[in-house]
Design a protein around this ligand. Sequence first.
Ligand SMILES: Nc1ncnc2c1ncn2[C@@H]1O[C@H](COP(=O)(O)OP(=O)(O)OP(=O)(O)O)[C@@H](O)[C@H]1O
Length: 253
Amino acid sequence: MIEINNVWKRYGDNVILENISATVKEGEFITLVGASGCGKSTFLKMLLGTDTASQGDILLDGKPIPSEPDAERGVVFQQYSVFPHLSVLDNVVIARAFEKTKIGFLWGSAKKAARTEAAELLDIVGLGHMQNRYPDELSGGMRQRLAIAQALILKPRILLLDEPFGALDPGIRADMHDLVLDLWRKHKLTVFMVTHDLKEGFHLGTRLWVFDKRRVDLQAPNAYGAGITYDLPVGVCEPELLDEIDSSLMVKN
Ligand SMILES: Nc1ncnc2c1ncn2[C@@H]1O[C@H](COP(=O)(O)OP(=O)(O)OP(=O)(O)O)[C@@H](O)[C@H]1O
């Protein structure tokens, strides 16, 4: 489904990502971990289409990934991306409205259908009872549920999650894990999720990627970028390897 071929990303002389190659099948759930600033978000942006590779290519079903975001790729960021002046329900409806009309407004039966669909999704993410409330009345976990509902109303095949639960308490995070795993299975999504938490990476999904620099020049710290140093199936990792990765990330984070 997705082929990443010798992808490099540079900003000026600063090499961020270096020679990344990987193949991802439909339905995989990949968690990405790596030191702060190593280029995980940049990588997600290239999958989303808001940033482009400096070299190499990313193919989706054999074709270059579209250079603009589209409904195939839904995204949820750590920073809440909700509209404060709209109700919870309208925040989900507007995501559909922008997709359909570019001006973010629906009429008649299209509006009714979008409202029904949005209400169903809010039930699924556990916000059915908050439909008429406003974002500032929601907790952090609830706002992330809302952001997930906004992404899902576009029926994406690929869900990109950039540290979506980083700001949440551990108990709420566990609930969100269950939600994301449930949605992944039910909607047969392909998921890429950035996390700072290696344990979260090993708990969720099917495959863990560790981003790190393979080579370092102390005189020129920006001369080399990060690659995928570990590509591991989730759940079968030796505890020693987990410790090894954990300590290498702790040194750099
Ligand atoms: N538009 C840009 N122009 C120049 N440099 C950029 C730009 N976007 C990101 N960078 C740089 O690219 C590097 C990687 O940033 P990125 O946000 O991808 O890292 P990250 O691994 O997601 O970090 P964190 O875990 O802290 O969120 C950083 O050094 C950042 O300053």
